[in-house]
Design a protein around this ligand. Structure first.
Ligand code: 13P
Length: 250
């Protein structure tokens, strides 16, 4: 069995003081040794998290240029100085609210990988696409945009399936739905990047994941972890999710 990976995506939540308070509590917990845990925090909070060794950290975005006239953006070297390991790319909120295209997501993915980070590529369909029976084709096309013409790949491949209709809504995909999609995405990845890399890839589920449903989701063969919004904002609820999600791998 693969090492589970639970990644908090704090989105636009927590000031620096709130981040410090979270860590003060979280650092007192015993995390399962079988599991990888990361927190993707707002940029300024990454500086607060830079000096702790409790969890890996990740950014929620990156700009694909070294430095220069890119108002409001963040560079790889700035993130590296904060000790960041992961970079989320292609989150549906950025695709929707900030109009990020597949091509731009692909550019960011490969830029982040080239800079030594582990990109976490997010894919996921809207409710209308799911109801129209287009979910799988849509998510596969989001993989194609990043992997079809890839010259080089990062050592660690992480893809998060986040159905948009399940994000922040309290509606979780059933474990069977998540498994069906992730199995299809792994098979598609195998065609794009080869069987070995596809099998080694960690595929995450995201969308109202919490302690109550983590164990059932993690029991599925192709669910290797989670990308967690709401349930990661409080130290105790994130810990409970990590423990439940790790129960089968201990
Ligand atoms: P929620 O866990 O709040 O549904 O958010 C999921 C998500 O978008 C993580 O990136």
């Amino acid at each position: 069995m693969k090492r589970p990976l639970f990644v908090a995506n704090w989105k636009m939540n927590k000031t620096m003081a709130e981040t410090q308070a979270f860590m003060d509590e979280f650092a007192s917990y015993q995390l399962p040794e079988t599991t990888d845990v990361a927190i993707c925090a707002p940029f300024i909070d990454l500086a607060v998290l830079a000096n702790q060794k409790v969890v890996a950290t990740g950014a929620q975005d990156i700009y694909p240029a070294e430095a220069g006239a890119y108002t409001g953006e963040i560079s790889a070297s700035m993130l590296a100085e904060c000790g960041v390991k992961y970079v989320i790319v292609g989150h549906s909120e950025r695709r929707t609210l900030l109009h990020e295209t597949d091509a731009f997501v692909a550019e960011k993915y490969h830029y982040a990988a080239g800079a030594g980070f582990v990109p976490i590529l997010c894919v996921g369909e809207s409710l209308a696409q799911r109801e129209a029976g287009e979910a799988e084709a849509w998510c596969k096309s989001q993989l194609d945009a990043v992997f079809a013409d890839a010259q080089a790949l990062p050592d660690e491949i992480v893809v998060a399936y986040e159905p948009i209709w399940a994000i922040g809504t309290g509606k979780t995909a059933t474990a069977a739905d998540a498994q069906e999609m992730l199995a299809a995405l792994r098979a598609h990845l195998a065609a794009l990047i080869g069987e070995e890399k596809a099998q080694a890839a960690r595929l995450l589920y995201g969308g109202s994941m919490k302690a109550d449903n983590a164990r059932a989701l993690m029991a599925e063969a192709d669910v290797d972890g989670g990308l967690i919004g709401g349930a990661s904002l409080k130290p105790d609820s994130f810990l409970a999710l990590i423990n439940e999600g790790s129960a089968l791998s201990v």
